[in-house]
Write a protein that binds this ligand. Structure first.
Ligand code: ZN
Length: 150
């Protein structure tokens, strides 16, 4: 039963269906489908553990990342024209973007890692201090840029 939400005038309002549906999708996602299989390397101290719900978030954002890449490759061979609205690839990018950002924010929140320059996830759901990954950083910038409409 979702909690009731009111605006300042006391009128009952609805949480956006998109958000409710997205969170329900995370709730029901099987985290074993896309587990974290990166081995912890020398010099990566363990800073915390990923909580059970955030494991689902990790797994589902990996799923969306995969779907996004598969769709992009498929489009390259079937419809190489530019995006013309109502586009499944754009929807996947936005969903992946919000799930990925939510995951990293929650991982930082759960272990109080707000000031860590670079955090990673390793096998057995360990949160570690990692070396910044240039490729991933570039990709994240690309996603964030896209989300800001650049
Ligand atoms: Zn598009």
């Amino acid at each position: 039963m979702p909690e009731e939400i009111f605006n300042r005038e006391g009128t009952k309002i609805e949480r956006p269906k998109f958000l409710t549906d997205l969170l329900a999708e995370v709730d029901s996602f099987d985290e074993s489908l896309f587990p974290c299989n990166y081995k912890r390397e020398e010099g990566e101290p363990v800073l915390g553990m990923v909580s059970p719900w955030v494991r689902k978030l990790y797994s589902i954002q990996r799923y969306y990342h995969r779907q996004m890449k598969l769709t992009a490759v498929d489009r390259e061979y079937t419809n190489p024209s530019e995006c013309a609205g109502d586009c499944d690839l754009c929807e996947l990018k936005y969903k992946y973007g919000i799930l990925n950002e939510m995951m990293w924010t929650l991982i930082r929140a759960e272990s109080n890692l707000w000031s860590e320059p670079s955090v990673g996830i390793r096998e057995n759901w360990q949160v570690v201090r990692s070396q910044p990954d240039d490729d991933e950083d570039g990709f994240k910038k690309f996603i964030l840029g896209m989300m800001r409409g650049k």
